[in-house]
Structures are given as C-alpha cells and as structure tokens.
Design a protein around this ligand. Structure first.
Ligand code: NAD
Length: 256
C-alpha cells in the first residue's frame, strides 16, 4: 500500500506490460528506480514480470486492464494510486496488429486496431493526466512505429501509429505548462511475439524474417525490446524536461 510519508519514488504505469517491449520497459524503469505498475489484458503475464522485478529488489505491481474500456481504465489507474501512489510516468505501449491488404480488410480489423492504439492511449492519458497535472510533473511516452510512415498490409496499424504521433504532439502542447512532457518512441523491427506472428502470417520462419529485417537495417541487426526500453527510459527521465512533442525513431538507422 502506498504511504506518502515513506516514499518519494516515481510511479510508472506501463500498458501491454505482460510481455515483449512493454515487459522490457517495465523492467528498465524499475531498475532506474521507479515503482512500476504493469497493466495488460494478461494479468498473469504481468504478475510474472512483476514478481521478477520484485525478486531483483524493485517495486512492481501487476493489474489487469483493457485499455479500450474507459471503466476498466479508471479502475486500473485508481488501483495503481492505492497500491503505489499517483502516477508520474505513463507508457502507452499496448498494441495489436490485424494486418490485411485494403481490399480484404474488414471493418472489425480496422476498428480493433484503432481502438487499442488510439482510443487506448487517449483513455489512459486522459485518466492519468489528472494525477500528473495535480503534481505539476509527468512524463508520457507513446509507442508509435516506423509503420507510421506507411506499410503495405497495415492501413489500419499505420494510420493508428501515425495518429499516435499527432496525439503526442497535441498532448505536449496542452500539458507542457503543467510540467508534463509527452513524447513518442517509434520502433523498427523488434523481436517479440508480435513480429513472430507476422512471420508466420507471411509464411516465413521467424529466423528468416529476422535475417531479412537485419539486412535492411543500417546497423545490420534486429531490435531487442531492451533497445526500445532504453529510449523510453531516456524520455521518461526527470532530466528530459526540455524534450517534448518529439518522435524518436529507434530502428537501427534512419527511416524514410
Ligand atoms: P506484443 O504483442 O508482444 O505485446 C503487446 C501486449 O499488449 C500484449 O501483452 C497484449 O496482451 C497487450 N494488449 C493488447 N491489447 C490490449 C488491450 N486492449 N488492453 C491492454 N493490453 C493489451 O507486442 P510488442 O511487439 O511487444 O509491441 C508493443 C508495442 O510496440 C505495440 O504498441 C506495438 O504496436 C509496438 N511496436 C512493435 C514493434 C515490433 O517490431 N515488435 C515495432 C513497432 C512498434
């Protein structure tokens, strides 16, 4: 239970933290000294990562959320306030893909992707900003993607990830005067279950898919979740107070 008199720790919320990039962000923010709330549809997955963080001496709490559901978002954030204290960092990382070429893309595939990425980031940010503006301090980091620049088979996802960048810049304008910075990290290819599923859909082994991605990157390797966590930690740091409304591409090279 949070006790204001005994803790001055920063409190970070990471959505989609049960695995992949979100889990790596949670681990990294915890090792940087934050008390971390891990939220996901998969609460058991979050609890595994949270237990691991606690095992290495960090503070972590796992909860369940569906970021597309305003009631569950409100309840999850309230639980974080009770368990860890008012949030000072929010990482909107939860995401899904529903890839298809335009002529085959269903309305459900479009809506599902818009809901998780855009509505999810909106609901989480709207709920959490209350606590940040009240404290006169906050860091919001939204996970975009290089797909925001356009990607075949991802009309829904590319649009959502481009929307995340506009959302980021707008929130930066609105919240700056309250001591809240808002930035975005746009990853390139990162080895997670999401890219493993894409490989399967394309009929490639994951290894072949990774080799192809590595060949296309200037640094000739694929990204790891920790690479993204590193960029998020930088933007979430107290010292990053003069950086806001930015999109940091973390893709092993320039993007176009
Ligand atoms: P992942 O599929 O491994 O993990 C995503 C997590 O989000 C899962 O644990 C899932 O349960 C959770 N989630 C999905 N819908 C949710 C909802 N409605 N409410 C709460 N949680 C929900 O994916 P990842 O590769 O770790 O991706 C993390 C983020 O990074 C996503 O926003 C993704 O779009 C973005 N991204 C990934 C890559 C990549 O190459 N892996 C590249 C660019 C951007």
């Amino acid at each position: 239970m949070y006790d204001e008199s005994t803790t001055s720790l920063r409190v970070a919320i990471v959505t989609g933290a049960a695995r992949g990039i979100g889990a790596a962000i949670a681990r990294r923010l915890a090792s940087d000294g934050a008390a971390v709330a891990l939220l996901d549809l998969d609460a058991d997955g979050c609890e595994k990562v949270a237990a691991e963080i606690r095992g290495s001496g960090g503070r972590a709490w796992a909860g369940s959320v569906d970021v597309t559901d305003s009631g569950r978002v409100e309840a999850a954030v309230e639980a974080v306030v009770t368990e860890l204290g008012p949030p000072t960092v929010l990482v909107n990382n939860a995401g899904i893909t529903r890839d298809n070429l335009l002529f085959k893309m269903t309305e459900d595939e479009w809506d599902a992707v818009m809901d998780v990425h855009l509505k999810g980031a909106f609901l989480m940010s709207r709920t959490v900003q209350r606590h940040m503006t009240a404290q006169g301090y906050g860091r919001i980091v939204n996970i975009s993607s290089i797909s925001a620049l356009g990607n075949r088979g991802q009309a829904n996802y590319a649009s959502a990830k481009a929307g995340i960048q506009a959302f980021t810049k707008t929130l930066a304008l609105e919240l700056g005067k309250f001591g809240v910075t808002v930035n975005s990290v746009a990853p390139g290819f990162v080895v997670t279950e999401m890219t493993a599923a894409t490989a399967e859909r394309l009929g490639l082994t994951f290894e072949d898919y990774q080799n192809k991605a590595a060949e296309q990157a200037a640094v000739r390797r694929v990204g790891r979740p920790e690479d993204i966590a590193h960029a998020v930690a930088f933007l979430a740091a107290e010292d990053s107070s003069y950086i806001s409304g930015q999109v940091l591409y973390v893709a092993g090279g320039p993007v176009n």
